[in-house]
Design a protein around this ligand. Sequence first.
Ligand code: PMP
Length: 373
Amino acid sequence: MIRIDARRAARRGVPDLTAFVPEQPASGGPDEHGLDRIARLSLNESPFDLPAGMVQAILEEATALSRYPDATCSRLRTVLSARMGLPPECFVFGNGAEECIRLVAQAFLNEGDRVVIPAHAFDAYQTASRLCGAEVTWAPLRCYHLDLDQALRAVDSTTKMVWLTSPNNPTGTILRRDEFERFLDRVPDGVIVVLDQAYAEFADDAGHVRAEDYLFTDGRVVGLRTFSKAFGLAGVRIGYAIGHPSVIEMLGRVKLPFNVSVVAQSAALCVLREDAFVESHVRAIRAERAFLQEAMTARRLAVVPSHANFVFTELPVDGDALARLLQRAGVLVRSGSAFGLPRAVRVTVGAHEQNLRFLASLDDALAVLPWEG
Ligand code: PMP
């Protein structure tokens, strides 16, 4: 006997959430199509392995595995504080930036609050908000760019939070300092403005907004950063939020005490000592991004110019159908349908051979799929 109807017993809203569907493994072992190597270009990870020497250094530094980790990541906080010119009290660390998204929601959202999220955004914002009982107002995009006028129009007296992303996932567009500042001037006091900058290192536009510039002039701004993308540590899970110390203190009150493992802290510290590695990764991705964008544009695809480590494009074919065909060829991409954009696809910029493989498979797929007008 089960003696519970879990759907009915669950917290309101939980049965309506969608569980994350795991992808195929990144590499190794034959998959269901008999291929033994998959180009996983669907999760915006780094295509480059950490050098063996760095892995060794991480493990050597992570010695106290029988002990709980430093609950406040104090060494990492000191290093980042010096790098970014911010007091240590401006940081809170999480099990990936995704945990920080949860922390912001849990610390600030009440049942019945409203949050504004740009349409087609990274799913974690709505999941975290809805879990806290908040309701979502969607702000339409303008030609795949975040439209801050639309976001403002969506703000009302019950709005507690606005979630923004720059560079944006999945479209790769950025917010500029001037438009962000005009937006801040018009947002009511007390509304938290989250600026998720998970992909910030890949942007090379001097006008790109930076959350760290606002923490002491506007305490409503909370920035999010991660070690998963440019720093190549998606597998160890570590990210952080930056904000005014009074805001960060509230996040610290809701976080689990030992949320960032000894290994994750050690890995972040080690990679921060390897500027050359990170810079060469970012340089390679920017060059490959330009190559991919040009190659896709040459195929007459409507590519949205990207500032991140992925490229988003409209398609003349169905995104799911394309993703399925590419998967059969061993190339995993994210269909736009995951973001409510069924005639689009997001492809992570991979290493050169992976990008070539994607383009060849793309050609094969576009040759057989029915084009829709
Ligand atoms: N923010 C955005 C916009 C993302 O795309 C991602 C990961 N895909 C994250 C946050 C979470 O990154 P992580 O939890 O790996 O730090």
